[in-house]
Design a protein around this ligand. Structure first.
Ligand code: HEM
Length: 411
């Protein structure tokens, strides 16, 4: 196997644009080398990457890999050189459950988990169907133009509308939100991420005030009511919770739909199989999650003590990223793991994480993607790529795996 190019002078692989454009090649190299490998981010931050399935799953469920954001600050400060750009830290957007360990994590998660159970989410089906049909009709109206960006026209607006309606958030600032949310997860420019997070937090504070004056039957009002008992939810925690749900709603499901469509268009025999039998759609969604899931590397963790990962010892206080994209293509877990096959068993895939931080929104994401892909294929059975197979570009982010644009001909 060839050695990894794009390394630092100290020989560490860099998570640069080449990695973002095709993580699977380097993931395979890293998996072959060791169960845990030190790399650096583009901003120069050294992190350990866990690439094999068994270790990835174990680390996600191991409390010694902490997510507490206060401890994380210290670990990041210690890891970075003095001239590295610092990511912005603002409690108003940091104090959410994905940045906490128990018991705070448990307390915060309890407040929203009920809103996302399979049963509660199923009640949203008619509304999701309605929005989907509306978007597809407006895409059909534009089909005369020949080419459309499937992300702009379809994959992006659907989850946004759903999460905004669920929370009870007006869509008047939708373009701002998209920009803030994109910048917050991009990871290449910490200063831009800090500014965007602050702008979004300021807007959310304003929104909470407005909702306090005009309560409604929505999740945000429910959270505000929970916040009246500050032992359950503090003011920063309230804003951070909404921030987390909105970012999750903006950045993930769009890419599940987009990546699924791209995989179908690149694998015509799989597309034909799904078209011939729509009962394959849930399999298509699960295989997309495994093969090209929306989250590339899970969010940061740090070691609260020295931990052995296989034969590798990670010292206390070091940063760790679990590579979901790599674990899900580990040949030791899935036969022919690099093949896209909607009929395979994908049981155990890690696209939604694992352990106590397992994605709260998984039932909603699954339902949205199933409806979206089924209706898209029904409406546009001759959908095709409007660019060359390899001419698509991936957005620069080591967290999210999503396309910049997805130009298609609806047919
Ligand atoms: C296909 C779409 C989605 C994918 C692939 C996805 C993936 C993930 C992953 C991998 C994690 C764990 C991260 C880690 O442990 O580092 C996570 C956590 C989370 N996700 Fe999602 N997500 C999706 C959609 C959503 C949606 C639609 C929502 C809510 C509206 C949501 C809300 C959350 C929340 C609140 C957490 C934190 C849970 C905790 O810390 O206990 N996600 N998600």
């Amino acid at each position: 196997m060839s050695t990894i190019e794009h390394t630092t002078p100290a020989g560490l692989p860099v998570l640069d644009d080449e990695f973002v454009q095709d993580p699977h090649v380097r993931n395979a190299q890293l998996r072959a080398e060791a169960p845990a490998r030190k790399v650096v981010t583009v901003t120069g931050m050294p992190v350990w990457v866990i690439t094999r399935y068994a270790e990835a799953r174990a680390v996600l469920a191991d409390a010694r890999f902490s997510k507490d954001y206060r401890g994380m600050r210290a670990a990041m400060e210690a890891s970075m050189s003095s001239d590295s750009p610092r990511p912005g830290f603002d409690d108003a957007v940091q104090a959410h459950m994905l940045n906490m360990d128990p018991p705070d994590h448990t307390r915060l998660r309890k407040l929203v988990v009920k809103a996302f159970t399979a049963r509660r989410v199923e009640a949203l089906r008619p509304r999701i169907e309605e929005i989907t049909t509306e978007l597809l009709e407006s895409m059909a109206a534009r089909a005369g133009e020949g080419e459309v960006d499937l992300l702009d026209e379809f994959a992006f607006p659907l989850p946004i509308r759903v999460i905004c309606e669920l929370l009870g958030i007006p869509e008047d600032r939708r373009d701002d939100f998209r920009e803030w949310s994109n910048a917050a997860v991009a990871g290449r420019d910490p200063e831009a991420a800090r500014v965007a997070s602050e702008q979004m937090a300021a807007y959310l504070v304003e929104l909470v005030e407005r909702k306090r004056r005009e309560p409604a039957d929505d999740l945000l009002t429910g959270l505000i009511e929970a916040g009246e008992d500050t032992d359950r939810l503090g003011e920063n925690e309230l804003v951070a919770m909404v921030f987390l749900l909105l970012i999750a709603g903006h950045e993930t499901t769009v890419n599940l739909i987009g990546n699924g469509v791209l995989a179908l268009l690149r694998n015509p025999e799989q597309f034909a199989a799904v078209r011939a039998d729509h009962e394959r759609v849930p399999g298509l969604v699960e295989e997309t999650l495994r093969y090209e899931g929306p989250v590339n590397l899970a969010t940061l963790r740090f070691t609260s003590e020295t931990v052995a990962v296989g034969e590798v010892e990670i010292p206390e206080g070091e940063l760790v990223l679990v590579s979901l994209s790599s674990a899900n293509r580990d040949e030791d877990k899935y036969a022919d793991a690099q093949e896209f096959d909607v009929d395979r068993s994908t049981a155990g895939h890690l696209a939604f994480g694992h352990g106590i931080h397992f994605c709260v929104g998984a039932p909603l994401a699954r339902l949205e993607a199933q409806i979206a892909l089924r209706r898209l294929i029904e409406r546009f059975p001759d959908l095709s790529l409007a660019v060359g197979d390899d001419d698509v570009r991936w957005r620069f982010s080591t967290l999210m795996r999503g396309l910049e644009t997805l130009p298609v001909r609806p047919g």
